[in-house]
Write a protein that binds this ligand. Structure first.
Ligand SMILES: [Zn+2]
Length: 275
């Protein structure tokens, strides 16, 4: 057991990664935790955008801190690709994430392995690592128990839904279990990697779970109506969706179908999905 001493102010500094785009919305959030001993930890690495690096350098200089740790929630490019640029500018920093063989090799940086239950120091705070797969196989969240705050990476985005990219390791069943796990911790504040902070976690998490169940009912209804391919099911559910967003919708439908298959509620034979 770690004994929690007096809780110092816990005030993660939001540093935006300056990478807005169709898949990242207004861009990524990264969070800096600077300690009273001059150490500092950054959560998520962004993409190496020079303005992000400049903001990071000036925040560290304002606090008289040296970056010693970078924790990355998962290997998707908008969270991890900035690691080599940060490593070049901050040679004392070590880089930590859950292993994702193949994907991790894309980064010219030496990743150190983090797993479920690992406890990491971040500034004056102590964070517990939660392995929360589903959006990606390597996804981590970081739990600050004294303030009941969770850094949630890509598990939730306020006002939007999260991509479950089945063909790149996404798993809907695991994702829902990860949301249930967050809910069970009874957090007070979620700090996501996209969009604003979430101050009513119970309502948002419950809403997310309900949304997926509703989507699942739509997939079952489409199968019942005789739609037998991912494309046909996606077109029946996402009627009128912009063509540019249809590939993402199909990934979501596929993730639902694979979950139903595991649960023996749908079958796939001779190229056709059926109930
Ligand atoms: Zn992601």
């Amino acid at each position: 057991m770690t004994r929690t001493t007096v809780t110092r102010t816990f005030d993660p500094l939001l540093l935006i990664a300056h990478n807005p785009g169709p898949m990242t919305g207004s861009g990524n959030n990264t969070y800096l935790l600077a300690g009273s001993d001059g150490s500092a930890t950054l959560i998520d690495a962004g993409v190496g955008e020079p303005r992000h690096l400049a903001d990071l350098a000036s925040a560290l200089s304002d606090r008289g801190s040296v970056l010693d740790t970078v924790l990355v929630t998962h290997g998707h490019r908008d969270h991890a690709a900035g690691a080599p640029a940060i490593a070049a500018a901050h040679p004392d920093a070590s880089f930590h994430k859950h292993p994702w063989p193949g994907e991790d090799a894309l980064d010219d940086v030496r990743w150190q392995s983090l797993g479920d239950g690992d406890v990491v120091r971040a500034g004056d705070a102590t964070l517990q690592t939660l392995h929360t797969p589903g959006h990606s196989p390597d996804h981590l969240a970081f739990w600050h128990e004294p303030t009941r705050t969770i850094f949630t990476g890509d598990l939730l985005v306020l006002g939007s839904s999260v991509m479950i990219h089945w063909s790149r390791g996404g798993d809907l069943g695991q994702y829902l279990a990860s949301l249930e796990r967050l809910l069970a911790l009874e957090p007070r504040r979620l700090l996501p990697a996209h969009g604003p902070a979430i101050d009513d976690p119970q309502a948002i998490l419950t809403g997310y779970l309900e949304h997926r169940l509703q989507r699942e009912r739509q997939v079952l209804d489409a199968l019942g109506a005789g739609h037998a391919t991912v494309q046909a099911i996606a077109e029946s559910i996402y009627d009128g969706l912009a063509p540019s967003l249809m590939p993402a919708a199909q990934e979501n439908v596929r993730a639902h179908l694979e979950k139903l298959k595991i649960e023996r509620r749908a079958t796939f034979e001779h190229g056709r999905w059926t109930l």
